[in-house]
Design a protein around this ligand. Structure first.
Ligand SMILES: *Cc1c(COP(=O)(O)O)cnc(C)c1O
Length: 356
């Protein structure tokens, strides 16, 4: 069952909305075995959104946005993307037989050795699903601006998270957490890029609370990358830099949604360094068996710091959202782990090398 079928009464869909799904949503809420214990946190969970059909939470909002675009008669879908939005849009376009156009930042002028603007596996997804991919000179913010300009003049449906149906679909992740835990957590920790997701989670928690499905609201804790932290510093970043490409955004479209979520919930949004992100990504994979992409490790990096600074109540229920699969961007990960051992030998030499 997809998110539309599971949460139909909470979504802007009706009898005229076509049925679309890839069985997205209903992702596992994995209880921490090791990191929680090491931090002294009694109730730490990971919402593993990497298990969505295209490998990120983007599928939750995309399925609703595509269904609504089809309902409205659209035959051409477009988005600007740092990778996962394009993968998701292209999949649902393929599924429903409409045209998909993806505009990704080409990263013109980036320094040699700097990380690519979009992860190779995300690009390969969009191409395999059959989207027309345009690598537009400039960064993500410029790509989004250009796509918004285009959709205001041509009959092409805009599928970025400025499309309110994206936010509506993405809020279902908050519902799932409450349904599983029996109530809202005390802290919801997630990465913040274009800020659609923090906006969506906050909306979901508030709606469920208003409907009597939860007795409380979580504090919303957002993580940005230090080189791309406009909401933390309070002003747009012209040249956002971080290896976490999914949150390499200098002027978030849902800026206000993020600050409202933070302020209304008594939460916070803070920045972590790329070094902290990598180290959290490795720790998550090697001590929990959960491989998440760099952007998804940013909230865990922030949690480490907040615990160290005594800012998290240890009895609290904390949920960290792992927004995308580690398989999305193996290049970023491989730079930071030991390479395989090259060996030409038998079992004895193997045992010796392994110090058995
Ligand atoms: C899109 C994305 C984000 C950022 O979400 P926003 O809604 O843009 O704040 C974070 N992590 C991953 C893996 C993403 O795909």
């Amino acid at each position: 069952m997809g998110v539309i079928a599971r949460y139909r009464e909470h979504l802007p869909v009706g009898p005229a909305t076509p049925e679309v799904d890839l069985n997205e949503g209903s992702t596992p809420l994995v209880a921490s075995r090791n990191i929680g214990r090491a931090l002294g946190l009694k109730h730490l969970y990971f919402k593993y959104e990497g298990l969505n059909p295209t490998g990120s939470f983007k599928d939750r909002g995309m399925v609703v946005a595509v269904a609504k675009a089809l309902e409205g008669g659209s035959r051409v879908l477009i988005c600007a993307s740092t990778g996962n939005t394009s993968a998701s849009m292209a999949a649902y376009a393929a599924r429903t037989g409409v045209r998909a156009i993806v505009v990704v930042p080409s990263g013109a002028g980036r320094a040699q050795g700097a990380p690519p603007e979009i992860a190779l596996n995300k690009l390969s997804q969009a191409l395999m699903y059959g989207a027309k991919v345009v690598a537009l000179k400039g960064n993500f913010d410029f790509a989004l601006e250009t796509v918004r300009d285009l959709t205001s003049h041509y009959p092409v449906a805009l599928m970025n998270s400025v499309n309110p149906h994206r936010i509506a679909g993405q809020k279902t992740a908050a519902f799932e957490i409450v349904d599983e835990l029996g109530d809202a957590p005390d802290y919801l920790v997630l990465p913040v890029g274009n800020a659609g997701n923090i906006t969506a989670y906050w909306k979901g928690f508030r709606e469920y609370h208003a409907a009597g499905r939860a007795t409380r609201l979580p504090r919303m804790v957002g993580a940005q990358a230090e080189g791309a932290a406009p909401i933390v510093t309070g002003s747009p970043v012209a040249n956002p830099k971080t290896l976490a490409s999914a949150i390499r955004i200098g002027n978030p479209a849902s800026w206000e949604g993020a600050t409202s979520a933070r302020d209304e919930s008594g939460g916070l949004i803070a920045a972590v360094t790329d070094t902290e992100i990598i180290s959290a990504q490795i720790r998550l994979a090697s001590s929990e068996g959960l491989f998440a992409e760099p952007a998804s490790a940013a909230p865990l990096a922030l949690l480490f710091r907040l615990v160290r600074d005594g800012k998290i109540d240890r009895d609290a229920v904390t949920v960290v959202v792992l927004t995308g699969s580690g398989l999305k961007d193996p290049e970023a990960a491989l730079k930071n782990v030991e390479p395989p051992i090259e060996l030409d030998g038998d079992a004895r030499t193997l045992a010796k090398v392994l110090k058995l």
